[in-house]
Write a protein that binds this ligand. Structure first.
Ligand code: CTP
Length: 419
């Protein structure tokens, strides 16, 4: 079993695994591979990050590893957890622990425990699996029926209060469900619905909600989890305005454009999903969401840009808008905000114009620089800036095309020496 798991590892992960296996065979504190890597090994999908539990001092073991393999260790003494970042790999080494939740949504109180305690505190049976490194021919510890759940394709909590204790598990449940193509086991779905209805998401801090959203956005298909979160009424518990049915349609529209390539725009990112989610909100609601999820700078920027672009929709739809006016309006916005707006506006003409901007106009500018103009004899000062701006407009309008044209255009407009 261990050899099979080892054969699925490479590079820094493999070095870490071998080093800990070696130590586990020599020392008295049992070390286990736990959670995601065991699950993914059994599913036959690539193992991402390795997680280890030790019935001993996790941070001490992480530092010992770092001395041998290099890398940096970050320790959270309160939870007995540590993360080693070594080369391309990120490894969690934690002290086996028991957890008690003082109230819903609060961080747990932690005391050292056994591997059985540690598996019992986990979110879902498919993640409550451990493989001891200590034994020569180890078997997977499966105290909660995780292997059976993997076979049946279900996500199941380990006890009725799981979602209430830790409402981040509401987000985690749908993320695994969508990633693995599993189902929520019926009782688990009932408990999840109850935890959502009872408002437990409200007990989470903005940072914890944002962290779960980030994890969803890191998935290959975030739209699947976001849609499910909308359907189960989870998004509206972050903010009521995220509850409208159109949020799901917008995510579909955002992604659909990518697959068909109908407007030639790629570039769906975390930021475009965030922009699509908030698209129909008012500015006040958008600010409330920024505040609620402690949105980082890039998220706040795209949210505000989408609001701002919406407020300029009429100007973008005007009959007589020129290419340079279009570029002036759209030029100050990020590519993500423009993409979201292009996909979601109800006005086809606006969509077309934004596509025109993104595909063509965005790349058009004068070949000549300020220095070139100085060399041509334009005097430094406001005149130089004005000529450069007008030259850019001329290029956007197509009245000037080659560099030669540009020189001629500038020379024709330069104040003559005797003037
Ligand atoms: N865990 C948990 N409850 C949480 C968060 C995590 O029980 N709210 C446990 C799970 O057993 C999980 C492990 O901690 O397997 C590691 O969590 P995390 O690092 O968030 O999972 P990932 O390793 O990111 O992995 P993956 O998404 O592949 O499972």
């Amino acid at each position: 079993m261990l050899d099979a798991l080892e054969s699925g590892l490479s590079g820094d992960n493999l070095s870490v695994f071998r080093c800990l296996r070696d130590r586990a065979l020599k020392q008295s504190h049992p070390i286990y591979v736990v959670g995601g890597p065991v699950r993914d090994f059994l599913l036959g999908v690539p193992i991402r990050d390795l997680d280890f539990v030790v019935e001993g001092d996790g941070p001490e073991l992480a530092r010992w590893l770092a001395e041998r393999l290099g890398g940096e260790v970050r320790v959270h003494p309160r939870f007995g957890t540590s993360t080693l970042v070594s080369g391309s790999c990120r490894v969690d080494v934690v002290t086996a622990r028991k957890e008690v939740y003082p109230k819903p949504g609060a961080l747990p109180q932690v005391t050292p425990g056994t591997i059985s305690d540690d598996l019992a505190r986990r979110d879902f049976a498919i993640n409550a699996l451990a493989l001891p490194l200590t034994e020569k021919r180890p078997e997977i510890m499966d105290l909660h029926g995780g292997i059976d759940d993997l076979r049946q394709g279900v996500i199941r909590i380990l006890h009725p209060k799981s979602f209430e204790d830790d409402p981040t598990r509401i987000f985690r449940a749908i993320r695994y469900e969508q990633r693995l193509g599993f189902d929520l086991e019926p009782d688990t779905l009932d408990f999840l619905n109850a935890a959502v209805a009872q408002g437990h998401i409200a007990s989470l801090t903005g940072d914890r909600i944002r962290h779960e959203l980030e994890k969803i956005l890191d998935e290959d298909h975030p739209e699947l989890s976001l849609n499910k979160a909308a359907v189960l009424g989870i998004l509206e518990k972050i903010h009521p305005a995220l509850g409208e049915k159109e949020a799901v349609d917008r995510l579909d529209a955002l992604v659909a454009g990518t697959h068909t390539g109908d407007d030639g725009q790629k570039g769906i990112t975390h930021l475009t999903y965030i922009g699509a989610l908030v698209y129909s909100l008012s500015e006040i609601q958008a600010e409330e969401i920024i505040h609620r999820i402690s949105a980082p700078g890039a998220w706040s920027r795209v949210i505000r840009e989408v609001m701002s672009l919406k407020s300029r929709e009429d100007a973008l739809a005007r009959d007589d808008i020129s290419s340079s006016q279009l570029a002036d309006i759209v030029g100050g916005y990020s590519a993500e905000a423009v993409l979201v707006f292009a996909r979601l506006t109800k006005l086809p003409i606006v969509s077309e114009r934004l596509a025109l901007y993104s595909e063509r106009l965005r790349h058009i500018g004068p070949a000549l620089t300020g220095n070139d103009l100085l060399e041509l004899g334009v005097l430094e000062g406001p005149e130089l800036g004005r000529l450069l701006r007008q030259l850019r407009e001329a290029k956007l309008e197509g009245t000037v095309s080659t560099e030669e044209d540009e020189r001629r255009w500038v020379q024709e407009r330069m104040p003559k020496a005797h003037e």
